[in-house]
Design a protein around this ligand. Sequence first.
Ligand SMILES: C[S@@+](CC[C@H](N)C(=O)[O-])C[C@H]1O[C@@H](n2cnc3c(N)ncnc32)[C@H](O)[C@@H]1O
Length: 200
Amino acid sequence: MRPEFVQITSELEKHDAWFRDVLSQKTTLPTEMESWSVTRDVAEKLYELALKYTPKHIVEVGTSLGYSTIWLAEASREYGGFVDTLENEASKILKAQETFDRLGYKNVQIHFGDAIEILKNWSSPVDFVFLDARKREYVRQVQLLEPYLTKNASIIADDVTEWRRKLDEFFAYLGSGNYTYEILELGHGLLVAQKVEKVR
Ligand SMILES: C[S@@+](CC[C@H](N)C(=O)[O-])C[C@H]1O[C@@H](n2cnc3c(N)ncnc32)[C@H](O)[C@@H]1O
């Protein structure tokens, strides 16, 4: 790992720990100070999966301060991949962009706005999707990307065990025969799905 990557992941992890500690004391915080990053084990798995499948085009829904994004971007810069990441809070985008600039990424683009609205206008191929925003919207987000998913595309979704009750439609969609999936006991449950190639 590059020293600057180690430094910045450590800074973001400290911020996340501080944020959770403050919230546990029931203090309210301005929204731009929220982080809700993926856990370190999930971040490392994202990095590992990106290096394993070498997706050229990654779409992440839910940038926040960019913690998960930098693991995807760090892996994909090694083989020439690109990360499009979607976030609807401007203050978070500013912080995330600052982080991406510090790491010198040329392979990350932030899209500002509501994910559903952005995905309604999507028009380019996608090899790897990471879902980490509103749980009830996971299914709609995948449906909107479906026409652009390449053969054997990966769908990764965070928090599926913790928020299982909000994900009935998402699991029904994945169970329709077009995907295989497993749930890893990482973070709050990390779903790793693969699009199945149909035999005609
Ligand atoms: C759990 S956080 C993402 C954490 C990030 N993936 C990480 O690990 O650092 C979810 C983010 O999704 C954003 N979000 C929620 N609903 C959204 C929507 N409809 N469109 C775009 N972003 C949304 C929130 O503002 C929040 O920053």
